[in-house]
Design a protein around this ligand. Structure first.
Ligand SMILES: *Cc1c(COP(=O)(O)O)cnc(C)c1O
Length: 419
């Protein structure tokens, strides 16, 4: 007799209260934050400056990083540092978080989408060259779910066509390609430290530049269009379009305390993810994440796909996937559809309603990016059949929870008739 699924009134697989909250916070975090308060440092103080240097050291680069209030802000800084201006184009994957490309719209720059590769869910590097036009300025390489893009391929194409490379590392702290950390390949990179990411300061981000010149260009956005550190004396002067992307000393203090523990967190996540990965090897109808040779993922989001052909739901994949997710949640698994839309399908692109009056698309007439969805079949297919998991694999949780999660997957997918 088949086991009764929890959505059908059966027993829940993952006990309530087993999953612990991310991120682990201890006395080192409290001491760091209270230290700033006790020194009456609220803006760009001791911990802020130390954090910017320590993150560069952790990344293995010589240029200091810039801590800012979000990954989105850091991406915008990268677009500007790379010289992308009105009507220029940036090539980006059709499946990512919208910030990877709305950062272009902020500067009246036009995103040009390329479909993703089914196995890795990263940009299909074989499709990049065909998307290059005389207006292309940069390639946005998004290391999605913490899995590195093939940076050798991307950098070779960029070099051949004289393009800049921006790395969206918002999900990929610590991930490596051929032994080198992502964020150290491109001209610029952006990291996020929002609550979901593997490094959390509540909100926050890092802008990373390969040299001092790019750093200075990106930094003009950080502080009202100024490009000197705010502590330097002198009259304020706006050198270009400026935003206010600086964060606060207290957030930087939290980030600094978390950075000291980041490598340990990443190790634990890998241990939990590999435990789950092994236990799901023979789970029916399930397509596990793929990690190519030469790459080390940080397992930011353990994303699985369901084989809709085998399940007999090729005609209504998203609807059936949603029912599987519901069944998994009923079993106590914290899982969800991270991104159910290919980005070009979103209204801002279909309606081309960036700054209004057709901008940035009307800012040039030489090339017209095509956002027709038939160009992005893999992004659409992935959007319809995946679900992902972040917090259950994070410390302080260990493999005990991962084992329960695996059991729930087996239970649900072995009984598709009950879904
Ligand atoms: C989280 C994320 C961002 C944006 O980071 P915020 O800090 O939330 O602004 C950008 N790109 C990707 C791929 C992300 O996952």
């Amino acid at each position: 007799m088949a086991t009764k699924l929890a959505i059908k009134g059966g027993k829940k697989t993952v006990p309530d209260g087993l999953m612990m909250e991310w991120p682990p916070v201890d006395q080192t975090d409290r001491d760091m934050i209270l230290g700033s308060l006790d020194r009456r440092e609220y803006t760009y103080g001791t911990n802020y400056k130390a954090l910017e240097a320590e993150f560069a050291e952790w990344l293995g680069i010589d240029v200091p990083t810039v801590f800012c209030n979000s990954g989105t802000a850091a991406l915008h800084m990268a677009v500007v540092a790379c010289g992308c201006g009105v009507g220029d184009e940036v090539i980006a994957p059709a499946y990512t978080w919208p910030s990877s490309v709305t950062c272009c719209l902020h500067h009246n720059v036009i995103p040009v989408f390329v479909d993703v590769d089914w196995a890795t869910i990263n940009i299909d590097v074989d499709l990049i060259e065909a998307a290059i036009t005389p207006r292309t300025k940069a390639i946005m390489a998004v290391h999605l779910h913490g899995l590195p893009v093939n940076m050798e391929a991307v950098c070779a194409i960029a070099k051949k066509h004289n393009l800049k490379v921006i790395e969206d590392c918002c999900q990929a702290h610590g991930a490596t390609f051929k032994g080198q950390k992502v964020g150290s390949f491109g001209d610029c990179a952006a990291f996020s430290c929002n609550h979901n990411k593997v490094m959390c300061s509540g909100e926050g981000g890092f802008f990373v530049a390969a040299n001092q010149q790019l750093l200075g260009l990106g930094k003009t956005l950080w502080y009202f269009g100024e490009n000197r550190p705010p502590v330097e004396d002198g009259d304020f002067h706006t050198y270009g379009m400026g935003w206010m992307y600086r964060s606060t000393e207290l957030v930087a203090s939290f980030a600094r305390a978390q950075l000291a523990k980041l490598d340990g967190f990443i190790d634990t996540i890998a241990e939990n993810a590999l435990c789950l990965h092994d236990l799901l090897a023979d789970c029916p109808h399930l397509i596990r994440p793929f990690v190519p040779a030469d790459t080390v993922t940080n397992w930011y989001n353990y994303t699985v796909r369901f084989d809709m052909d085998a399940l007999g739901h090729a005609d209504d994949p998203a609807a059936f996937r949603n029912r599987i997710v519901e069944a998994l949640r009923a079993e106590g698994v914290q899982t969800g559809v991270w991104q159910g839309w290919p980005v070009p399908k979103m209204t801002v692109f279909q309606a081309k309603n960036g700054y209004g009056q057709g901008c940035p698309w009307s800012c040039q007439t030489e090339s017209k990016p095509d956002y027709a969805m038939e160009n992005f079949p893999i992004a659409q297919k992935h959007s319809d059949c995946h679900t992902g998991m972040t917090f259950p694999l994070r410390p302080p949780n260990g493999t005990e929870l991962a084992k329960c999660v695996a059991e729930a997957y087996h239970k649900v997918l072995s009984n598709p008739g009950q879904i």
